[in-house]
Design a protein around this ligand. Structure first.
Ligand code: FAD
Ligand code: UDP
Length: 402
C-alpha cells in the first residue's frame, strides 16, 4: 500500500490549503518544497521582531466573504489598508488616482474641477495599448508623472507595447479616498503570514529543501541533513508540527507513484514537462533589504518612485504593515526593501507571468499535455501561469475536486 494518498509539490498558499482540506477529509498527504521554509511567496522572515515580506509586499484583499472567513478562522487579520504614496522627483502624490492626487497635481478642490482638468488633456481616440488607455483615463499630467516611467521600469517595455488592462487595475475616483483596493475586506495576518500557513499545515507531513526534479536534494537522500533542516524549520516555524522522517526515493518526478496515489503540482508547468515546447517568460524582482537605525523611515508601508532616474520602483517599510501606531514604538529600528524589476532568466525566481500572446499560446500547449494526466492536479500561480492574488488562490484551492 502507498504511504500517502497525495503528494503535494509546493508548500505555498495553494498547496497548503489543499493539504488542509485533505486532512479534513481524512486523507494522508506529504507536502514538499524546494525552499528551506513553507509559505511560498507569502513567507515572512522575522528580522528583529519585524515580519519582512521576503518575496514582496503582500496585502490580503477580497470581496469574497467565504475566503475572508476561511483565512480569519486560522489567524486574526489587522485593519491595514493599503494607501501607497508616489514620489515623483521629490514631490508626493496620493494613490490610487483620487481627489487628493488631483489636488496635489493641479490645486483643484472639487470633483467637477478635477473632471474638467482631465477632460482638457484626455486622449479621445481608440485605445490600443497601455499608453493610450492611461491618457484616455487621466490625461497627460498624471500619465507623465505617475504612470509612464514607473510602468516602463516595472515591465521593461514601452507603455505603447503593453496591454491596456494592466492600468485598469488601478481605481480612479473622484472622492478623497486613498484606499488602493476596492475590496470589501482587507488586512494582514496579525503576527505575519507564517501564522496562516503554519495553521493550515499543522499536523501534516512536510519535507523542505526537497526538489521534485532533483535527485540530489538533501531531504531525498540524507537523513542527518533532513534532521538539520528540521531543527532550522522549528526555528523558522516554531508553531509547525512536521515529520522529519526523510524520503527514501530519489528523483520524485520519476518515482512519486511509489509513495503516493495522487499528485498536486504547484510548480512551473513548463518544468514539469521538461520545457518540451520552450520556457515560459516572467518578470522578476530583486529586493535590496536593509535594516536602518530609525524608528520610522518613510511613514508609510509603500512609496512608489515614479520617475525614470530612480532605478528601483518602490520602497517597502515592512513594520507599517503591522503597526498602525508606529510612532508609539520607540525602538530605533526598521527594515526597508527597495524593489528592482528585471527580466527573468532561468534560475531566477519567477514572479509575474508575461501573459502576452506568444507566452499564452505556449502555455496552452502545456495545458494539452496536462489534460492527458489522470491522477495529477495542476494548481496555483506557476502551474497555471497566471497572476493570481491570494484570495483567488484560496478560492481556487477550496473549489478543486479532490
Ligand atoms: P507560490 O507561493 O509560488 O508557491 C509555490 C511553491 O512551490 C513555492 O514555495 C516553490 O518553492 C515550490 N516549488 C516550485 N517548484 C518546486 C519543485 N520542483 N519542487 C519542490 N517545490 C517546488 N497577492 C495578493 O493577494 N496581494 C498582494 O499584495 C500580492 N503581492 C504580490 C507581490 C509579488 C511581488 C508577487 C510576485 C505576488 C504577489 N501576490 C499578491 C500574489 C501571491 O504571491 C500569490 O497569489 C500566492 O503566493 C500564490 O501561491 P501559490 O501557492 O500558487 O504559489
Ligand atoms: N502603476 C503606475 N504607477 C504607480 C502604480 C502602478 O503606473 O504608481 C501602474 C503599473 O503599470 C502597474 C499597474 O499600474 O503595473 C497596476 O498596478 P498594481 O499596483 O496592480 O501593480 P502590480 O505591482 O500589482 O502589478
Amino acid at each position: 500500500m502507498k504511504k500517502y494518498d497525495y503528494l503535494i509539490v509546493g508548500a505555498g498558499l495553494f498547496g497548503s490549503v489543499i493539504a488542509y482540506r485533505l486532512k479534513q477529509m481524512g486523507k494522508t498527504c506529504l507536502v514538499i518544497d524546494k525552499r528551506p521554509h513553507v509559505g511560498g511567496n507569502i513567507y515572512c522572515e522575522n528580522v528583529d521582531g519585524i515580519n519582512v515580506h521576503k518575496y514582496g509586499a503582500h496585502i490580503f484583499h477580497t470581496n469574497n466573504k467565504q475566503v475572508w472567513d476561511f483565512v480569519n478562522s486560522f489567524v486574526p487579520f489587522n485593519r491595514y489598508t493599503n494607501q501607497p504614496v508616489a514620489n515623483y522627483k521629490g514631490r508626493l502624490y496620493n494613490l490610487p488616482f483620487n481627489m487628493n492626487t488631483f489636488y496635489q497635481m493641479w490645486g483643484v478642490t472639487t470633483p467637477d474641477e478635477a473632471r474638467q482638468k482631465i477632460e482638457s488633456q484626455r486622449y479621445k481616440g481608440e485605445v490600443h495599448n497601455l499608453e493610450e488607455q492611461a491618457l484616455s483615463l487621466v490625461g497627460t499630467d498624471i500619465y507623465e508623472r505617475l504612470i509612464k516611467d514607473y510602468t516602463e521600469k516595472q515591465w521593461g517595455r514601452s507603455c505603447k507595447e503593453l496591454p491596456s488592462f494592466i492600468i485598469r487595475r488601478l481605481p480612479l475616483r473622484f472622492t478623497f479616498d486613498n484606499n488602493y483596493f476596492n475590496a470589501l475586506y482587507q488586512g494582514i495576518p496579525v503576527g505575519g503570514y507564517n501564522r496562516l500557513i503554519e495553521a493550515l499545515l499543522d499536523g501534516i507531513d512536510v519535507q523542505l529543501n526537497c526538489d521534485f526534479f532533483d535527485s540530489s536534494s538533501t531531504a531525498n537522500q540524507n537523513h542527518s541533513a533532513s534532521c538539520i533542516d528540521f531543527v532550522e524549520l522549528k526555528f523558522l516555524h516554531p508553531a509547525l508540527t512536521v515529520n522529519c522522517e526523510p524520503l527514501t526515493v530519489n528523483h520524485l518526478k520519476d518515482s512519486w507513484q511509489s509513495i503516493a496515489s495522487n499528485l498536486v503540482y504547484t510548480g512551473p508547468i513548463d518544468q514539469f514537462y521538461d520545457y518540451t515546447f520552450g520556457h515560459l517568460q516572467y518578470r522578476t524582482v530583486r529586493f535590496e533589504t536593509e535594516t536602518l537605525p530609525t524608528n520610522n523611515y518613510q511613514g508609510n508601508a509603500v512609496v512608489n518612485y515614479t520617475d525614470s532616474a530612480t532605478p528601483f520602483t518602490r520602497i517597502i517599510e515592512h513594520k507599517h504593515f503591522e503597526e498602525l501606531v508606529v510612532a508609539e514604538r520607540e525602538e530605533p529600528k526598521t527594515v526597508i526593501s527597495r524593489e528592482y524589476s528585471t527580466e527573468w532568466q532561468p534560475g531566477m525566481e519567477p514572479y509575474y507571468p508575461v501573459n502576452d500572446e506568444a507566452n499564452n499560446s505556449l502555455y496552452e500547449k502545456y495545458v494539452e499535455l496536462a489534460k492527458a494526466e489522470t491522477n495529477i492536479i495542476f494548481g496555483g500561480r506557476l502551474a497555471e501561469y497566471k497572476y493570481y492574488d491570494m484570495d483567488r488562490i484560496v478560492e481556487l484551492a477550496l473549489s478543486v475536486n479532490l
